[in-house]
Design a protein. Sequence first.
Length: 264
Amino acid sequence: MKHKHTVICHVCGGVAVVCLEKEINVSCGDYFDGCRKYSKDIGSTPLWECTQCGFASFKEVADWHEDRFRADIYNNDYYLGDRPFLEERPKKLAAWLTAALSPCSLLDYGGGNGQLARLLTSQGFEAACYDPFYGGGGLPQISSEVVTAFEVVEHVPDQYSLFREMASLCRRDGVIIFSTLLKTMHLKDDWWYASPRNGHISFHTKKSINLLLSRLSLHHHSLSREIHLAAFTKESLMRLINIKTISISADPLFHFTDRWSALK
């Protein structure tokens, strides 16, 4: 499919080109189970990739109205494409954070049903959750020592607004801990993480995330390809730079071309 219009990168202003087409109803869960979680084919959408910084976006999906996201993505069947979302991931993250941090004030941004915040509260943290798609009320008015955002970045169209908002919720001496799986500079094949049915629409490279955060005057360090830190000061960043990292997502066992096949 040819796309004649020009798309400008949201992060750096470079020109983006289509690197692949993805069926909208393919989810990350499909790659782990080797079967379709959502059988209905509602069409495909292009993934636009910046030729300068590598940031990629399913722009047509990113431009959907919030009501369509609620109807077609964040509905009662959302968990099918991301089963660890409800219980397994919050428990794993709570155990990691409890080991890595002393009890403190913490806001879990985009924290779904609030399970992670509840688990941390039971361990002595002053933890709260904010997620606009789960009706958690308005933004908190008090800044926290730690702001977490696990598997949130890839869901948000406007990356600058996202990180500005998270920074506004973090104390000046605090730290933002977030996860998102970084992509290679240029995709040459399908990538399981780029699955619109999960609401995954924005994908960073090491270059694009560095550029974005530096433009927002945030210091940044990646503990891994998946777990990242950001802070207003280098001193705040250094306090956590040596903590043991965690793996949120294992590598999937299958790939999808015309059919599901086990990876060799």
